[in-house]
Design a protein around this ligand. Structure first.
Ligand code: AMP
Length: 303
């Protein structure tokens, strides 16, 4: 069932037997096999599954791809139906954030304060701001305010749906850590389940943004997983010095790649370390054909 309003969602939620377990899979739509793996896990874990489809304006920076982000709601709903999802929750930005809405050149309306950047003005919204330590690195460093937007919308979704479980992908590893921290710090009674990265046979991590790439771009984008796999192989061969592991990437990075970060950190806390060990994650963000792609790998685990 497709619902667009918080009221309808709450009514449905109320109609479910209180003993049933509920899971939420928050997404921005343009669903692919990666999203479907989260949905499958949610179906296997919970009695009722809600998938949210919401391109969240407040997690995009002013010069990011909010306007051109792929929107394929009809197809998403079909995919969710086939996967046995109970409810697709697809609110408009004004349903989520209120305010006078204007179209601002896109098909979708935005909250009126959107033009100020990815933050609504202070008197329109209470924000959830994760600790600086968790967001002053990796994606949070280049996308300032991004995780405020993510945490704010995710907590709102949690409060609207009141699920027992939330399903998130390792693909956005920093996001899962930040959300787990929020849930812990704010005593949100929800268990966060992390699901592995789904890849194409080529190794390319599935992403809605892969749609922006040409065929050549998709080939070029393989460099992310190649760099990560090589770092892991080097680690397995006994190299554990983080600087040495990072240096192995440079052989792959020709002019067509615009590396944003390559970090090797503690997989649970995102703390830096000099020596990699079994609790280490390597993370990369790189632009290919101008498209910002991210990927990561756990060095100490079989994948
Ligand atoms: P998005 O729609 O990109 O915001 O993603 C919604 C959820 O799907 C997030 O928890 C992502 O981490 C997860 N996700 C995206 N791509 C993948 C993937 N290739 N494998 C597993 N999960 C993914």
């Amino acid at each position: 069932m497709l619902v667009h309003t918080i009221k309808e969602l709450r009514e449905l939620r109320k109609s479910w037997d209180g003993n049933l377990t509920v899971g939420i899979v928050p997404t921005m739509g343009a669903l692919h096999e990666g999203h479907l793996s989260l949905i499958k896990k949610a179906k296997a874990t919970c009695d009722k599954v809600v998938v949210s489809v919401f391109v969240n304006p407040i997690q995009f920076g002013p010069s990011e791809d909010f306007d051109k982000y792929p929107r394929t709601l009809e197809k998403d709903v079909e995919l969710c139906k086939s996967a046995g999802v109970d409810v697709v929750f697809a609110p408009s930005p004004s349903e989520m954030y209120g305010g006078k809405c204007e179209s601002a050149g896109s098909n979708e309306s935005k909250p009126d304060a959107y033009e100020e950047g990815n933050r609504l003005s202070n008197d329109t919204l209470t924000y959830v701001c994760p600790p600086f330590f968790y967001v002053n690195k990796l994606c949070g460093k280049s996308r300032v305010g991004h995780f405020d937007g993510v945490c704010t919308v995710v907590l709102k979704l949690f409060n609207i749906v009141q699920p027992d479980f939330g399903f998130f992908g390792q693909k956005d590893a920093q996001q899962v850590i930040v959300i787990k921290k929020m849930v812990h710090d704010l005593n949100v009674p929800i268990k966060i389940i992390q699901c592995p990265i789904v890849r194409e046979d080529s190794g390319l991590a599935l992403s809605s943004r892969n749609k922006y790439l040409t065929e050549q771009g998709k080939q070029d984008a393989l460099v992310l997983s190649r760099i990560l796999n090589n770092i892991k192989a080097c680690f397995k061969r006994g190299i554990n010095d983080v600087s040495a592991l990072k240096e192995t990437a440079y052989a792959y990075l020709t002019d067509k790649y615009d590396l944003e970060y390559l970090e090797i950190l503690d997989k649970n806390t995102l703390e830096e370390k000099e020596k990699a060990d079994k609790d280490t994650i390597a993370l990369i963000a790189c632009r290919v054909e101008g498209v910002r792609l991210i990927d990561n790998i756990y060095l100490g685990e079989e994948e």
